[in-house]
Design a protein around this ligand. Structure first.
Ligand SMILES: [Zn+2]
Length: 468
């Protein structure tokens, strides 16, 4: 009886103060420290672990204009020379005429269109975060301009309830070619030292915190600990990371070694690299010295972003990674080439972080690997570039892609894609076939196809760089 009376009381309480019972579920959007007023019937919401936000209020707060076409269920967002188009229920958006995969299709709720938060972040150049406990979306505008020079920590001195105020955020990590790369939102002075029993390298980053997006890309438990599984590197058994201290907030990375190992540290604004390619402990020369050419291989998508989904459910991110690892293995045998992967496992980096990797290590060329999606009949390979300086690389790479894939030649195309546009070295994006096409999808996931195309990519790189 007692129990029942309690339930009745709760019910009455909830009924009399309806606002109270909803309060906990209400989400907030904080843009640069200020809350955006959301439409009452359609606030930001976590739907199937994708955070969806009302597109109109967010875009308009950022100075974009928003146009909604009821008949075609199309929302168009534009500002300066950027135009983005999304259709309700469709997982592909268009950005300046190029297709971009969405985490989840836009949906309409009480007359308001909700779109994935990640898309907003990437396409509008925002740092985005989602606090699932406080149900708060944070949006931080990046410094405008070229992004060179010193970077300030992600706002904001004007409050906003974030516990990450004034801290540099750790956005992502990757391990490739015996190098640990840590992408951050700004400058931090890493304190790097070794410890023994067992041997390990410790990297402390003072005044840092994990970006909310870090937890989406890498595993973080409730105590902010996690690890990156490292395979195929004899010197390294694993890489761990944790929020080591709360005051000052310090993130610690630990590279667990199989024995004593030298290293060098490179610290550019926004990218820290711990390089183990060094047997004697003296600082190594930076990547690409000794006349070596630096090639960045970028496996598209990753982790919660699967990219295109094939007719039988195969995921683009897996194809891209498998290809990147095969290309890496071949390039490692080339004495005149240093290869760096933007991701070496099923992890996620934002497009701008992929660009940052290539920019900060002064890559000679950048090659992004993807697979396509389109009408069921569409089949074949395409190569994209955005700047004229990349055209020759595109032509050469495409020649080998057509040859080694054996798929239909759909040509070399110019398009404004983020990674090929924002990089400054010759950069191309390869579309290795259509996952939406049954026969393309089947062949793309065969070892034979992947090995052949990997050889083709390496042959193209060598031809372009003039390496015998
Ligand atoms: Zn893709």
């Amino acid at each position: 009886m007692k129990k029942f009376g309690f339930l009745v009381l709760l019910f009455v309480f909830g009924f009399v103060f309806p606002g109270y019972s909803h309060a906990a579920a209400d989400t907030k959007i904080i843009l640069d420290g200020t809350e955006i007023v959301q439409p009452s019937g359609a606030k930001a919401e976590n739907i199937n672990s994708k955070v969806m936000v009302p597109i109109r209020v967010v875009s308009e707060s950022l100075g974009y204009s928003v146009d909604w076409k009821q008949q075609s269920q199309t929302v168009t967002i534009s500002k300066d020379n950027t135009a983005m188009q999304m259709i309700v229920g469709q997982k592909t958006a268009t950005v300046n005429g190029s297709n971009v995969d969405l985490d989840a299709p836009p949906l309409v709720k009480n007359g308001t269109t909700l779109v994935p938060l990640r898309f907003i972040g990437e396409q509008m150049g925002l740092k985005v975060g989602w606090n699932n406990t406080t149900k708060t979306v944070t949006l931080v505008t990046q410094n405008s301009g070229s992004g060179n020079g010193t970077t300030t920590p992600p706002s904001s001195n004007n409050g906003g309830g974030s516990d990450q105020e004034g801290l540099v955020l750790v956005n992502g990590i990757s391990f490739s070619d015996n190098r640990l790369m840590i992408a951050t939102s700004g400058s931090t002075k890493p304190n790097v030292f070794t410890m023994t029993g067992p041997d390990r390298i410790v990297i402390d980053l003072p005044n840092t915190a994990f970006a909310d997006s870090f937890g989406q890309g890498q595993a973080l438990d409730s105590n902010q600990n996690g690890q990156l599984v490292v395979n195929g590197y004899p010197d390294v058994s694993q890489i761990r990371y944790s929020l080591f201290s709360n005051s000052p907030s310090t993130i610690r990375f630990v590279i667990d070694l199989t024995g004593s190992k030298g290293y060098s540290v490179q610290n550019d604004s926004g990218l820290i690299m711990i390089d183990l390619n060094n047997q004697n402990g003296t600082p190594t020369t930076p990547v690409g010295n000794n006349g070596k050419k630096v090639v960045v291989i970028d496996a598209g998508h990753g982790d919660q972003d699967p990219g295109a989904i094939g007719v039988t459910g195969k995921r683009e991110k897996d194809f891209n990674l498998a290809m990147a690892l095969k290309v890496e293995a071949l390039l490692k045998k080339e004495p005149k080439i240093d290869v760096v992967l933007t991701r070496s496992d099923d992890t996620f980096l934002a497009l701008k972080e992929r660009v940052k990797v290539a920019q900060n290590i002064n890559a000679d060329i950048f090659i992004s690997i993807h697979a396509n999606s389109g009408p069921v009949a569409a089949s074949g390979v395409e190569t994209y570039y955005s700047r004229s300086v990349s055209k020759e690389l595109a032509n050469i790479m495409h020649k080998y892609l057509v040859q080694t894939s054996g798929l239909k030649d759909r040509g070399v195309k110019m398009a404004s894609l983020h990674v090929t546009r924002e990089t400054t070295m010759p950069a191309v994006l390869l579309e290795g076939g259509f996952l939406s096409n049954k026969s393309d999808e089947a062949v793309l996931f065969t070892e034979n196809f992947q090995n052949n195309v990997a050889k083709g990519i390496v042959a193209g790189i060598k031809e372009y760089l003039g390496i015998q």
